[in-house]
Design a protein around this ligand. Structure first.
Ligand code: SAM
Length: 176
């Protein structure tokens, strides 16, 4: 059964105490996951799992990539347990490291890929080039209003923008 957004928002912001998403933006991105009937999901930069528990909630395969730093790793492990998908994998490492890439490719392809890792230009560009081709339905970017993400977003021609006037974040969506 499809999990409702309100319940997932509670998991994200209260149970995981993740505060890095804007509610209406995430709700719209969640709605798009349902419209696309996305069943497999890759998130680059899963952090404490705040967006992953929502966007990956109704998927059967979820792969989470992050540096798994000490402050965030326990919460990310908890978030991975909250997802009922039969196939939930955490990949600890730099998204540009060939070992990380090999692991992510081995679990692919993915209906939807979210790029929300390093927000410097080189990393966003690398993540787009490396992981974008693994998406079969759409690539989501988070923080398209952030300076370096915005540069890359404009360079690749933009796409659907999900932006609340109340934040400086925003999702960008490139359909495959
Ligand atoms: C803005 S946070 C992601 C927030 C998360 N998507 C959410 O909404 O809850 C960015 C994350 O990317 C990770 N990160 C930064 N550079 C990375 C890299 N080169 N490879 C993998 N993860 C990276 C950081 O450790 C951090 O957890």
């Amino acid at each position: 059964m499809t999990k409702r957004f309100d319940e997932l928002w509670q998991l994200s912001t209260v149970d995981l105490n993740s505060k890095v998403q804007e509610r209406t933006e995430l709700m719209t991105a969640y709605g798009l996951m349902q419209t696309l009937q996305a069943r497999s999901y890759l998130e680059i930069g899963a952090s404490m799992g705040g967006s992953m528990v929502v966007l990956g909630a109704n998927c059967t395969k979820v792969v989470a990539v992050d540096l798994f730093e000490q402050h965030s790793a326990p919460t990310l492990h908890l978030a991975m347990k909250m997802i009922s998908a039969p196939h939930v994998v955490g990949v600890a490492g730099d998204s540009r490291d060939p070992k990380t890439i090999a692991k992510v490719v081995a679990h692919g392809p993915y209906d939807v890929v979210l790029i929300d890792g390093g927000h410097d230009y080189r990393t966003v560009q690398s993540d787009w080039k490396t992981y974008g081709p693994l998406a079969t339905k759409a690539v989501f970017f988070h923080d398209i209003a952030q300076p370096y993400v915005k540069i890359l977003w404009n360079e690749i021609g933009g796409g659907l923008e999900i932006k609340s006037p109340r934040t400086t974040m925003g999702f960008g969506v490139r359909f495959v």
